[in-house]
Design a protein around this ligand. Structure first.
Ligand SMILES: [Zn+2]
Length: 287
């Protein structure tokens, strides 16, 4: 619609210019001024149209987002049992996450090497979790393949169970390879002493849902949330939130990191963990 208006305005101005061209021979110099005025007007019109288009685009994008991404929750009528009605893979997928991690285990062959760097803290409350968006430069190698760390976020309690039980919380580090493959490192958090890294994050985490906040003067290294030992449980799973897309490699580190009870309680979501999913014959590897 806006483009049509722009086209119409351009056509009218073209007619005006041609008309002025005819007038040119008659009126001589005053024409130049008129052409300039027409050009200026064309520029201003274009600027206004761009503005309208940009505004319209935002509205449309927000509407499209609302249409494409129905509301979902962790409890009640929009809870995990109902995700499948709007997001079919959540119900029909055969490789869903999280899993209850228990024997038997196969021997893991992957070598995982996170190489995270310090960067500007960018944090948000997206209504489902607290998420930190990671600036470019933090990577992880899985054997020969390199993954870029995109973001990490928290669940309470841990989504993964170990021998039938969840831990107090889990951090999911979400990585993507150049080929588009997703890999998640899960770090289980267990109640104990204060966690310094989480202290920094909680101090800057928005209490209410909203856009990303870039925290001036606060730098953060995601490696501060990793345990020293990188032994893991590995399985092929999915996103644990709608749309539950599969093809995600999970590496749940088997060494937990401590977090204080007060810190767990200060996390603004009381429950944001999807229940464990059927294993459906998938193997769990450990290293
Ligand atoms: Zn997660």
């Amino acid at each position: 619609m806006v483009k049509m208006i722009l086209g119409l305005v351009a056509a009218m101005l073209l007619v005006a210019s041609v008309t002025l061209g005819v007038v040119n021979t008659l009126k001589g110099k005053s024409l130049e001024k008129q052409v300039l005025a027409v050009r200026t007007e064309l520029k201003e019109t274009k600027a206004r149209v761009d503005e309208v288009e940009a505004g319209g685009h935002h509205e449309n994008a927000a509407k499209a987002h609302a249409d494409a991404a129905p509301h979902w929750a962790y409890e009640g009528e929009m809870g995990p049992d109902h995700w499948g009605s709007a997001f079919p893979t959540c119900a029909s997928g055969k490789s869903q996450s999280p899993l209850d991690i228990k024997e038997p285990f196969e021997k893991g062959t992957y070598e995982i090497k996170p190489n995270y760097t310090t960067g500007q803290l960018k944090i948000l409350n997206n209504g489902h979790t607290i998420q930190v968006n990671v600036p470019p430069g933090s990577t992880m190698r899985v054997n020969a393949e390199t993954f870029e760390l995109l973001q990490f976020h928290f669940h309470r309690p841990s989504e993964e169970h170990i021998n039938g039980k969840p831990m107090d919380m889990v951090v999911h580090f979400v990585h993507k390879s150049e080929a588009g493959k997703l890999a998640v490192i899960g770090v289980l958090l267990k109640e104990g002493a204060d966690n310094e890294a989480i202290k920094t994050l909680w101090a800057n985490a928005p209490k209410k849902e909203g856009p990303e906040v870039v925290v001036e003067n606060v730098k953060f290294n995601p490696a501060n949330l990793l345990p020293t030992r990188l032994n893991y449980y590995h399985y092929e799973g999915s996103l644990t939130t709608p749309p539950c897309t599969e093809g995600v490699a999970f590496f749940i580190l088997n060494t937990p990191v401590h977090v204080s009870k007060a810190q767990v309680e200060a996390f603004p979501f009381k429950l944001n963990a999807r229940p464990v999913q059927p294993q459906n014959g998938r193997k769990i590897y450990t290293k």
